[in-house]
Design a protein around this ligand. Structure first.
Ligand code: SAH
Ligand code: SF4
Ligand code: F3S
Length: 469
C-alpha cells in the first residue's frame, strides 16, 4: 500500500468554485479590467515548476501576467530556504514593496514556498510585514485559489502553514514558461536529511507520482513539440520506493525513452548513494537520455561526507564515476559542492580540491556552507573563520576555472549536436549535450531546433561556434 496522500479529484474540484470567487472579486474591483499577477520565483527547478502551476491556477482565475511589480494587482513570491542569502533576498525584495502597497492599497502581496514553510519565518512576516496579505506553505499549493479568495475577502493577513508529511496533487493547471523545454516533476520531498539541509523539513517526505501520469504528461509534452524534458526530484534515484507499482527510476527512464519523437530527457537531482550501475546501464541503452549527469558530491573528504550524512565515501563516488565512464564514454558530469561545512579542516578541503581535479567536471555549483535553523549541522562546532572559508571558496573556483579552460580549449575544431535555446542580443545560445553553452550566429527562427555546431573559439568560459548546414 502506498503511504502517499493523493489529493482527490473532489478536493481539487472544490478549488474551482474559489477560482470563480476570485474572478468575481476582481471583476467588481477593477470594473472588468484583467487583473495582473507578477510571480517571482527563487530557488531550484522544483520551485520553477511549482510556479508554473501557480501561474496555471492564476490564469484559471482570470489573471494576466507581467514582470513589472508596478503593473501588478497581485505580487507572489515563491521562496527558497536553502541558504541564508536566498532568504535575505526575499526579505529585502518584499520590504521594498511597502511603498507600492501604500500607493496601491488593493495590491495583494503573497508569499509561498520553502522559506515560509518554516514557522519562525512565517511568524516574522506576520509580525513585521503587515502589508503582506497571504502566506502559505508548500503542502497547500493546490489550495491556492481557496487561500487567495479567503485573504481577498477578509482583507486580513492570512497565514496557512500546515506541518504535514506532504501530498501529491494531480490535475492542477500548468502554465509553462518555455515552449521547447519542460519541467516534469516525478517526485516530491526528501528523506535523506543531509545534516546541513533544510529541504526535508520544508518539503516533507519523499513521495512519487504514478508512472502512468508521468508517462501521459511526457507524451503530451512531446506531442506539443517540446524538445527537452527534465525530470525533477530532490533524489530521482529513489523514485518509486515503497510504491506497489514496482517502477523504479531506471524503468521510468526506459519507458519515457520509448515514447516516439525527437526529444531529449534530462533529470535532476541524482543522489550518489542511490545511483546504481543499473542506472548507468539504462542510460547507455536509452538514446534519448542526455549524456550529461548532475551528480552532487558535496565534499571530497569521507570524514566530512559522514558528518553530512551523505551515505557514501569519496571512494564510492569515484568508483561510480569510473563505472559510468566505462559504459558511457561520452558522459559528462556537473556537481554541487559545499565549502566550510562545520569542522571541515584544511586537509578535508584539499581532498575536495583533489576530487575536483580527479573527476574533471564540466562545471560546478559551488556554495559556502550556510547554517540552517533546525538542522543538525547548525549545532556543530564551526571553528574556521568566514574569511578563511571565503579564501577556500576562491581557491576552489579558481581551480575549476582553470580545468574548464583546458576542457573548452580542447573542444575547438570539434562538432557537436546542440539545441538552440535562446537569443541573447547579437547571438543565439546553443546548448551542447554536456550542458556547455556556445554562442552562435543565426536567425531567431532556429530557437527550439536541434542543429550541429562546430566550436571555433574558446575564451575563458565563453565558447563561440558556427552552425553547420
Ligand atoms: N537534492 C539535491 C540538492 C538540493 S539543494 C541533492 O541532494 O543533490 C542544492 C544544493 O544546495 C545542494 O546540493 C548543496 O550543495 C547546496 N546546499 C544545500 N544546503 C546548503 C547549506 N545549508 N549551505 C550551503 N549549501 C547548501
Ligand atoms: Fe537536501 Fe540531501 Fe535531500 Fe538533497 S538529498 S535535498 S541535499 S537533504
Ligand atoms: Fe530552495 Fe526549496 Fe528548492 S529550499 S532549493 S526551493 S526545494
Amino acid at each position: 500500500m502506498s503511504a502517499v496522500r493523493v489529493i482527490t479529484t473532489e478536493e481539487l474540484a472544490a478549488q474551482h468554485s474559489f477560482e470563480e470567487t476570485v474572478r468575481a472579486f476582481y471583476e467588481e474591483r477593477l470594473g472588468g479590467l484583467v487583473p495582473i499577477a507578477c510571480v517571482r520565483t527563487y530557488g531550484c527547478q522544483q520551485n520553477v515548476s511549482d510556479s508554473e502551476r501557480i501561474k496555471g491556477m492564476l490564469a484559471a482565475m482570470g489573471f494576466g501576467f507581467s514582470d513589472d511589480p508596478e503593473q501588478a494587482d497581485l505580487i507572489l513570491f515563491n521562496t527558497c530556504a536553502v541558504r541564508e542569502h536566498a532568504e535575505d533576498r526575499v526579505f529585502g525584495n518584499v520590504g521594498a514593496l511597502k511603498n507600492l502597497k501604500r500607493r496601491k492599497p488593493h495590491l495583494m502581496i503573497a508569499l509561498c514556498g520553502c522559506m515560509v514553510q518554516q514557522e519562525h519565518i512565517a511568524e516574522k512576516f506576520r509580525q513585521s510585514y503587515p502589508f503582506v496579505g497571504l502566506v502559505f506553505g508548500t503542502h497547500v499549493l493546490y489550495r491556492f485559489p481557496e487561500l487567495l479568495a479567503g485573504a481577498l475577502l477578509s482583507g486580513k493577513t492570512s497565514v496557512v502553514i500546515p506541518q504535514e508529511d506532504g501530498n501529491v496533487a494531480e490535475g492542477i493547471p500548468v502554465r509553462r514558461d518555455g515552449h521547447f523545454k519542460a519541467w516534469l516533476p516525478i517526485m516530491y520531498g526528501c528523506n535523506n536529511f543531509c545534516t546541513y539541509c533544510i529541504v526535508p523539513y520544508v518539503r516533507g517526505r519523499e513521495r512519487s507520482r504514478s508512472p502512468e501520469i508521468i508517462l501521459e504528461e511526457a507524451r503530451q509534452l512531446v506531442q506539443d513539440g517540446y524538445k527537452e524534458i527534465t525530470l525533477l526530484g530532490q533524489n530521482v534515484n529513489s523514485y518509486g520506493k515503497g510504491e506497489a507499482h514496482g517502477v523504479d527510476f531506471p524503468e521510468l527512464l526506459r519507458r519515457i525513452n520509448a515514447i516516439e519523437g525527437d526529444f531529449l530527457i534530462r533529470f535532476m537531482t541524482s543522489h550518489p548513494k542511490d545511483a546504481t550501475p543499473r542506472l548507468f546501464d539504462t542510460i547507455a541503452a536509452c538514446q534519448k537520455v542526455s549524456r550529461h549527469f548532475h551528480l552532487p558530491f558535496q565534499s571530497g573528504s569521507t570524514r566530512v561526507l559522514k558528518a553530512m550524512n551523505r551515505g557514501y565515501t569519496r571512494e564510492d563516488y569515484l568508483q561510480l564515476i569510473k563505472y559510468a565512464r566505462s559504459v558511457i564514454p561520452d558522459i559528462s558530469f556537473t556537481s554541487d559542492v559545499i565549502v566550510g561545512f562545520p569542522g571541515e579542516t584544511r586537509e578535508d578541503f584539499e581532498q575536495t580540491l583533489s576530487l575536483i581535479e580527479e573527476v574533471g567536471f564540466t562545471s560546478l555549483f559551488t556554495f559556502i556552507y550556510s547554517p540552517r535553523k533546525g538542522t543538525p549541522a547548525a549545532e556543530m562546532p564551526d571553528p574556521v573563520s568566514p574569511q578563511e572559508k571565503v579564501q577556500w571558496f576562491q581557491e576552489m573556483t579558481a581551480l575549476q576555472e582553470q580545468l574548464s579552460a583546458c576542457r573548452t580549449a580542447a573542444m575547438v575544431g570539434k562538432t557537436y549536436p546542440a539545441l538552440i535555446e535562446s537569443s541573447a542580443g547579437a547571438f543565439l545560445e546553443a546548448r551542447l549535450p554536456d550542458n556547455t553553452v556556445v554562442r552562435v550566429q543565426g536567425p531567431d527562427s532556429l530557437i527550439g531546433q536541434h542543429v550541429d555546431v562546430m566550436v571555433t573559439k574558446a575564451k575563458s568560459w565563453v565558447l563561440t561556434g558556427e552552425i553547420l548546414a
